[in-house]
Design a protein around this ligand. Structure first.
Ligand code: UDP
Ligand code: MG
Length: 312
């Protein structure tokens, strides 16, 4: 029996793209990927246009399935739902607007099926067509996130990714509400191959991202994985306390300890002290924050022990 490749496509107001992405995907599987069965799972993220009708219009093809949300809940939620409802041996997440060319699935499947990778993801080679500010912001962002968090984000990485069933199950174990899928894919580990492709313009319709969304997304990326922002307070506080003590010693040594300088010393000292205490509370908060996410403690890639015979 052929193995099934399932495409998860989150759609928000994409009525003009549904047919296009369906045709493009079907063509690839008719031509280059005949040895695999295709399954497409559209996740309609509460679209207000005719997206759902466009999807239902494809119901003649039994390879097409859909989930429709009660309202707009965001791409991250749509991806999670898609993964949860997926059943394919290999699962790919891709955008509806053809900015993630289905033709790349051929190379992605090769990496996973023949080259021993667990997943293959696309990386935009250039950001042609994007403004200078967006480009510079992106470079800065990746630098900060990679420095401040435990995950290493790959610059230019997209959400376009094919992965094994095993990796899907691992991703589904991270049940946190505030989801930053890009980081989650990194966090679960496994071997990923990155393939470069030139930036492609959207096939039809328009992008639903606003600058505000982008900002929120950036913050989600930073805060989902980082404890460092909370730790910052401790360091600032310690520097305040030590600085004020040095100031006091210098003052006393020079015999300049008048009322004004003493007040200044107390202000900086207690400021620093309070800041350190706030930071300590932050440290507990960070731990609680990580704990409430209830992430799996470990993710196994392989073992020769089957469940239930642990003591054997
Ligand atoms: N999308 C979604 N929910 C949203 C916003 C976007 O499911 O709230 C989908 C959208 O339909 C598309 C993908 O996420 O398939 C990427 O969105 P878009 O093309 O607007 O983003 P861009 O490519 O500009 O980053
Ligand atoms: Mg797009």
């Amino acid at each position: 029996m052929n193995r099934t490749v399932e495409l998860i496509i989150p759609c928000y107001n994409e009525e003009a793209c549904i047919r296009l992405v369906y045709d493009a995907a079907a063509e690839v599987f008719n031509k280059d990927l005949k040895d695999y069965d295709l399954r497409i799972l559209f996740v309609d993220d509460g679209s207000s246009d005719g997206t759902l009708d466009a999807i239902k219009a494809l119901s003649g093809d039994e390879r097409v399935h859909y989930i429709s949300f009660s309202c707009n809940q965001g791409k991250e939620a749509a991806i999670y739902a898609g993964l949860e409802y997926s059943s394919g041996d290999y699962v790919a997440v891709m955008d509806a607007d053809l900015q993630h060319p289905p033709a790349m699935l051929v190379e992605m499947l090769k990496a996973v099926c023949e080259e021993g990778y667990d997943s293959c993801a696309a990386r935009r080679q250039s950001r042609k067509g994007e403004g200078l500010i967006k480009r510079a912001g992106s470079v800065l962002y990746y630098n900060i996130v990679n420095r401040m968090t435990m995950v290493d984000l790959v610059p230019g990485s997209t959400d376009f990714r094919l992965m094994t069933r095993q990796m899907v199950e691992a991703v589904l174990k991270l049940t946190e509400r505030e989801r930053f899928t890009k980081g989650i894919f990194q966090w679960v580990g496994f071997k990923t191959k990155w393939i470069d492709y030139p930036n492609v313009e959207r096939a039809a319709g328009k992008s639903s991202w606003r600058l505000g969304n982008l900002f929120q997304y950036a913050l989600a990326g930073l805060f989902s994985f980082a404890k460092h922002p909370l730790r910052f307070a401790v360091w600032l506080g310690v520097i305040g306390v030590l600085g004020s003590l040095v100031y006091l010693i210098v003052m006393l040594a020079n015999g300049e300890a008048d009322t004004g300088s003493m007040i200044l010393f107390f202000i900086i000292f207690f400021g620093g002290f309070l800041m350190t205490m706030t930071g300590l509370i932050g440290e507990y908060l960070a731990r609680i924050y990580m704990e409430v996410k209830q992430r799996p403690i470990y993710i196994i890639k392989e073992t020769d022990i089957t469940k239930g015979e642990k003591n054997g």
